[in-house]
Ligand binder design. Structure first.
Ligand SMILES: *[C@@H]1O[C@H](CO)[C@@H](O)[C@H](O)[C@H]1NC(C)=O
Ligand SMILES: *[C@@H]1O[C@H](CO)[C@@H](O)[C@H](O)[C@H]1NC(C)=O
Ligand SMILES: *[C@@H]1O[C@H](CO)[C@@H](O)[C@H](O)[C@H]1NC(C)=O
Ligand SMILES: *[C@@H]1O[C@H](CO)[C@@H](O)[C@H](O)[C@H]1NC(C)=O
Ligand SMILES: *[C@@H]1O[C@H](CO)[C@@H](O)[C@H](O)[C@H]1NC(C)=O
Ligand SMILES: *[C@@H]1O[C@H](CO)[C@@H](O)[C@H](O)[C@H]1NC(C)=O
Ligand SMILES: *[C@@H]1O[C@H](CO)[C@@H](O)[C@H](O)[C@H]1NC(C)=O
Ligand SMILES: *[C@@H]1O[C@H](CO)[C@@H](O)[C@H](O)[C@H]1NC(C)=O
Ligand SMILES: *[C@@H]1O[C@H](CO)[C@@H](O)[C@H](O)[C@H]1NC(C)=O
Length: 490
């Protein structure tokens, strides 16, 4: 079919190799889409490659092996290369850096090795670079900063070195995902210039930083994961991301993550961002990603107090400050975090009382202040807070009240003698009576219904039952007659 321009056989169960004739004869083929099949073998063999007009090659979700074929370098108009979820190996070819039209380079979840070639600095049109979950090592190429790039996913590799001058000029960046690598040194200043940055994932690296205030002026930032690093210093007061304020325009907010690129199906382009909330790591994609918001600074060396301005983040869904060395008390402004679902302040050095206003958080499904130095009463066990057990509060020696085994005295501090726990017991009795009445009514209805159903279904028992009732009525009648005073009898 040597006039064929578009071939899309994606989402089938095709197996075997990509036929050689296809690459040889379909010389005007522009779009080749074979995603999500069971194709095996190498991508193309070098000998007969004539797909010189190729604009987009989508082979994601197959079982392809071998290297990225060099013959592809002849398709110099290539705009999108989608090879994710295969078993490709070898180094990232440096000729990819000469494909100057490239907009989307998406090859996560393969076995690619070696460094990112220096030639990538020539890719001025690149908008999406996704090489996550490979085996890529070395430093980022110095001064690698495609001016139009919007998404960078390099997580789960073995990249190292400092982040000094990569992406320094990529002001259109929306997603920067460098988690699970070995980056070290300071979080660079240029992060503060990326005015469109929305998702910042630097978890599981070795980054240091005295001051996080770089992040303060990024108006669109919605998801920050800096957990498992070597961050020190205080949480800056100005860290109240505008995107999470009440009055921030959502419509404007949700459009910002759709990358450009060639028209047509977005298959293989769906952006994925991993984030841990409610003690589980989730992969967020598509629309759900545009609604997710959170800050994870856990497992660092942050000190000082939690700034009360954090309470301005009324749209935040998840906040994790656990495993730091934070001191001071929990700000009562946390009660403004109306949409929060997961709040983890465990393993710090917080003291004082838990502000009782926090029980106004109606969406919360994970809450932990365990292993701090908090004192006073636990939160009242009403609404969502009745679902949190001892594990949410444990490890605070001076905390008392249910669900902890220690009870409080009349002032709401830890009771030394067990006798002073009357008001809690009253509460319990009250609850018990309520439940008892409900339970009693329910049981009564069930019993009556059961008898009625049995009688309805079984005619023999029904007859026996009515016979019994008749007998009782007769005996009652005579009993009453016998015992009534003489005057009433007639
Ligand atoms: C990464 O490379 C190392 C050797 O360099 C190899 O042992 C390991 O299996 C590779 N991992 C993947 C996921 O390819
Ligand atoms: C930021 O994103 C908006 C659209 O979401 C776009 O119009 C603007 O040009 C971007 N800013 C930069 C510096 O790229
Ligand atoms: C963390 O930073 C401190 C200095 O602030 C340094 O002494 C220490 O070695 C770093 N830890 C790691 C694991 O890099
Ligand atoms: C969090 O999950 C781990 C297992 O993944 C579990 O051991 C731990 O108890 C959980 N923590 C809480 C506070 O539920
Ligand atoms: C908070 O972070 C710690 C360490 O990264 C993690 O173990 C925990 O599950 C996170 N908490 C929540 C609620 O996700
Ligand atoms: C942030 O919260 C503080 C009080 O905690 C308040 O004074 C301030 O006005 C708030 N800022 C915004 C922009 O809402
Ligand atoms: C936490 O900070 C206190 C002082 O504020 C210090 O004495 C303590 O050593 C720190 N702990 C850790 C684990 O860094
Ligand atoms: C815990 O808090 C109490 C006061 O509530 C204070 O006396 C004590 O020193 C604190 N302990 C630590 C280890 O910070
Ligand atoms: C109702 O009573 C039964 C029997 O005592 C008991 O097992 C059950 O837990 C009670 N139900 C409630 C909601 O308390």
């Amino acid at each position: 079919m040597n006039s064929l321009e578009t071939l899309d056989l994606s989402n089938n169960k095709l197996s075997g190799e990509i036929p050689e004739h296809l690459a040889k004869s379909c010389i005007v083929l522009r779009l080749l889409v074979l995603s999500h099949n069971n194709l095996e073998g190498q991508i193309f063999s070098a000998a007969n490659f004539n797909l010189l007009s190729l604009l987009r090659l989508q082979l994601d979700g197959n079982h392809l092996i071998g290297k990225i074929p060099e013959c592809l370098s002849n398709s110099s108009d290539l705009v999108g290369l989608y090879l994710s979820d295969n078993h490709l190996s070898g180094r990232i070819p440096s000729w990819l850096g000469n494909m100057l039209e490239l907009v989307d380079l998406i090859m996560p979840n393969n076995h690619l090795q070696g460094p990112i070639p220096l030639e990538f600095c020539q890719l001025q049109n690149l908008q999406v670079l996704n090489l996550a979950e490979n085996n890529i090592s070395g430093d980022l190429p110095s001064r690698f900063s495609p001016p139009q790039i919007q998404q960078v996913h390099l997580s789960k590799n073995k990249l190292e070195g400092q982040l000094k001058d990569a992406f320094f000029n990529s002001s259109s960046l929306v997603t920067l995902d460098l988690g699970y690598n070995r980056f070290s040194g300071e979080i660079p200043n240029w992060i503060g210039w990326l005015s469109n940055l929305t998702y910042l994932i630097l978890t599981h690296n070795n980054l240091e930083c005295e001051v996080l205030h770089l992040l303060c002026h990024l108006e669109r930032l919605r998801l920050i994961d800096l957990s498992h690093n070597n961050l020190s210093g205080q949480i800056p007061h100005c860290l109240d991301m505008t995107a999470l304020h009440d009055n921030y325009d959502v419509a404007f907010n949700t459009t910002s993550s759709t990358a450009g690129g060639p028209s047509g199906s977005p298959m293989g382009k769906e952006e994925t961002v991993e984030f841990t909330t409610k003690n589980i790591s989730y992969s967020y994609q598509g629309r759900v990603l545009t609604y997710m918001s959170g800050v994870d600074l856990s497992c660092n060396k942050l000190i000082g107090e939690i700034p009360h301005q954090i309470g301005n983040l009324t749209r935040i869904h998840s906040l994790n400050l656990s495993y730091n060395n934070l001191t001071g008390s929990i700000p009562s402004t946390f009660s403004n975090l109306e949409q929060i679902e997961s709040l983890d302040l465990s393993h710090n050095n917080l003291n004082g009382k838990i502000p009782p206003q926090i029980i106004e958080l109606y969406y919360i499904t994970f809450f932990s202040v365990a292993y701090n130095n908090l004192s006073g009463k636990t939160l009242a066990r009403i609404a969502q807070f009745s679902t949190f057990e001892e594990i949410s509060y444990r490890g605070n020696d001076l905390l008392c009240g249910l669900p902890l085994p220690k009870s409080c005295d009349a002032n709401g501090s830890l009771a030394l003698a067990p006798k002073a726990s009357t008001d809690i017991e009253e509460d319990n009795n009250f609850m018990d009576m309520d439940i008892f009445y409900i339970n009693f009514t329910a049981s009564y209805i069930v019993a009556v219904l059961t008898i009625a159903i049995i009688l309805y279904v079984n005619p023999y028992w029904r007859r026996t039952w009515f016979y019994l009732v008749e007998t009782w009525m007769t005996s009652c009648y005579y009993f009453i007659i016998d015992h009534l005073p003489k005057g009433f009898r007639h």
